[in-house]
Design a protein around this ligand. Structure first.
Ligand code: PPE
Length: 305
């Protein structure tokens, strides 16, 4: 359960947590067309707090709305400010921020276009894939559910309804005793986890499925590509087959919630030595240095509260 905080930003104002409710006829609840983001705010090494890549997340939200033609009644700057305001109002030093825009109540039917509503919620959220995940790694399973094809749903948009695909895969993996699912596209190429992008390492080279495929254009994925450059690691973005995962030296998942999480097993095959690999560990620790402001790769990435 999410621990409640005091205020939620909704449709332009801060309101009490318990009053941030919607009507049962909310269009997005019925048909799944809403766009959202997941952002983390980290306590910096100097003691202040900063939201990591806030503007990039809000820009993706605006792009998501554009892709699915959801009218957004706010500009980037307003949503950036709303996100910072929620964190400040609740005096959170570390938290997860969830902006969401959805079709409100009033008109029903797939073709209806009720007004868009926007909320920004912040709450404390620890590790996403379990407490040991970051150090020990997780056990993943290839999902029997294919990731939606590139022309079925628009995966560059972070749309609420897309997550039915993720939930089916994630639940199936959990039911079978694994920690997370990895989805293949309809042709059988590797895409991503239910809520994370993927990287593999073989012979010192980093590989990741390219953005042209059915994956979210992850902001953590992008941060990791910058870290790779910083560390002098070659990166290749290309289609990846299922068995390439099995014979990887190291494998890891990345996402705002999951951060940099090693994968120790896929489909009961041990990856590398079965523990967090050396390169993964280096990328992971560099990632934490970057989000905590210890290593500045880009001044724009830290939005001070
Ligand atoms: N792929 C998917 C499908 C996805 O949902 C996420 C984020 C990513 C990749 C990584 O994207 P980014 O956060 O920009 O690096 N998943 C979010 C939702 C998690 C949830 O369960 O809710 C997240 O990590 O915040």
């Amino acid at each position: 359960m999410v621990d409640k905080v005091e205020k939620i930003w909704m449709d332009g104002e801060l309101i009490p947590w318990d009053e941030a409710n919607v009507h049962i006829l909310t269009h997005s609840l019925h048909y799944g067309l809403g766009v959202f983001e997941g952002i983390r705010c980290y306590k910096q090494h100097d003691g202040e707090s900063a939201i990591f890549r806030l503007r990039d997340h809000i820009r993706r939200m605006v792009d998501s709305a554009h892709i699915v033609r959801l009218d957004l009644p706010y500009e980037i700057d307003q949503l950036v400010e709303a996100s910072a305001e929620v964190v400040r109002a609740n005096q959170l030093d570390e938290c997860y921020i969830r902006p969401i825009a959805f079709l409100g109540a009033g008109a029903m039917g797939v073709g209806a276009r009720p007004p868009t509503r926007v909320g920004v919620i912040a709450w404390r959220w620890g590790t996403y894939l379990g407490d040991d995940a970051l150090s020990r790694g997780i056990r993943a399973k290839i999902s029997s559910f294919a990731r939606v094809g590139v022309n079925s749903l628009m995966t560059k948009a972070k749309v609420t309804g897309h997550y039915v695909n993720s939930i089916l895969a994630n639940r199936e993996a959990h039911q079978a005793g694994y920690d997370e699912a990895i989805l293949l596209d309809p042709q059988g190429f590797v895409t991503e986890g239910s809520g994370e992008n993927l990287f593999l390492i073989r012979d010192g080279v980093l590989y990741s499925p390219s953005l042209g495929g059915s994956i979210l254009s992850g902001i953590t994925r992008h941060t990791v590509t910058r870290i790779a450059k910083e560390l002098g690691l070659p990166l290749v973005e290309r289609p990846i087959s299922r068995d390439e995962l099995y014979i990887a030296d190291e494998l890891f998942m990345v996402g705002t919630a999951a951060e940099v999480t090693p994968i120790s097993e896929v489909d009961d095959r041990r990856i590398g030595s079965g523990v967090r690999g050396e390169i993964t560990e280096k990328i992971q620790s560099t990632y934490f240095d970057v989000v905590r402001g210890k290593l500045v790769l880009d001044e724009e990435w830290l939005h001070r509260i």
